[in-house]
Design a protein around this ligand. Structure first.
Ligand code: FE2
Ligand code: FE2
Length: 346
């Protein structure tokens, strides 16, 4: 249980002169808990241990003067927020401004006027209390914002995951394709030293890149045998469909544009817009390579899995005309140096 005494704010008096200490104690003992230090070194130790709300600090003390004590208190994160009021002789005008310059909030002049001492201490104690209340409220607000942000990110992550799974549910042969493409694209982006933000954008774009396939009839998606040219033309709408679905969602990065571009090739032979080189985003170039590798490595209704080696040979063959050379090199390094393996959703 907290006694009424413990409820009172703690004020530290720092002075080497017993008469001054007596006067200040008499003036303040009714309203405050008081700590007393007779030297700068002891004052510092006391402040670090007990963290008073306010310190009344004499300037002229042996060994360590009040300025030095104040500087040390202000330099330490543990004690920087403690309000310091300097005690100064009436004629020391220069010392008053110097004290304020190094972080004191006020000064009290000697000889003491008890009413003035009480009033100044009361004012600054009250200010410190308000400041601490504000700090507490800020901390609570910050925590609430962090909780909300974490919740929003979780909702976004689960929504993306659901959209991704929904798109694949009509096409059992490619279940997990977007997840695996996303993994490989992120590994390549990491190898190419892209920023964490860019890698996250690639992760999301990878998870959603084929959601436009929900418009493609499932008998086209699942039919064994080679795809007919008319079916292929129909299949080519899926980046546009995905882009239309995603373009108004305020993702942190250009997710919809990357998805739109994931079948474009450097020489302009890709679809749907036949973009060339600088028209294709770096993130989309990575996604394109990851997409080809995953698709060729996996089983399809019209052919068995070709394996990673054949897939890697394909991107090497088209390095520079279809695929970005740096991305191809990054992809090779991911498999050969890091021994990348696809893993399904846990
Ligand atoms: Fe695609
Ligand atoms: Fe794909």
């Amino acid at each position: 249980m907290i006694s009424p005494q413990q409820d009172k704010p703690l004020v530290l008096i720092v002075d080497d002169n017993p008469t001054n200490i007596d006067i200040l104690v008499t003036a303040l003992q009714e309203d405050y808990r008081l700590g007393i230090s007779k030297s700068g070194a002891r004052a510092r130790a006391y402040a670090e241990k007990h963290h008073p709300l306010l310190i009344l600090l004499d300037i002229m003390m042996p060994n360590m003067n009040g300025y030095e004590v104040c500087r040390l208190l202000k330099d330490s994160p543990e004690t920087a927020d403690i309000a310091v009021i300097f005690i100064t002789a009436l004629h020391e005008t220069a010392s008053k401004t110097k004290g304020l310059d190094i972080g004191a909030v006020d000064y009290i002049t000697k000889p003491f006027n008890t009413a003035e001492v009480k009033a100044r201490v009361r004012t600054h104690v009250e200010l410190r209390r308000i400041q601490e209340e504000l700090n507490d409220q800020n901390r609570i607000l910050k925590r609430k914002v962090e909780e909300k942000t974490a919740l929003t990110q979780k909702i976004l992550r689960l929504t993306i995951q659901s959209m991704s799974q929904m798109a694949e549910s009509r096409d059992p042969y490619t279940a997990g394709h977007q997840q695996r493409v996303s993994q490989l694209a992120c590994a390549i982006a990491q190898k190419m030293a892209m920023t964490a933000e860019d890698i996250d954008t690639i992760r999301v774009a990878g998870l959603l890149h084929d959601i436009g396939k929900f418009r493609i009839p499932s008998d086209i998606l699942n039919r064994p045998g080679k795809i007919l040219s008319v079916e292929y033309e129909f299949l080519k709408i899926h980046p546009q469909v995905a882009y239309d679905l995603l373009k108004d969602i305020p993702f942190p990065g250009p997710v919809s544009e990357i998805v739109y571009q994931h079948h474009e090739k450097l020489d302009g032979s890709g679809y749907p817009r036949g973009l060339t080189r600088s028209g294709i985003l770096p993130e989309a170039r990575i996604l394109t390579v990851a997409d080809v590798i995953e698709a060729m490595s996996s089983h399809r209704p019209y052919r068995p899995a070709l394996g990673t080696d054949i897939a890697l040979a394909e991107i090497v063959k088209h390095k520079g005309d279809h695929f970005d050379p740096d991305v191809v090199e990054g992809c090779l390094a991911v498999f050969r140096e890091d021994h990348f393996q696809f893993h399904d959703r846990s």
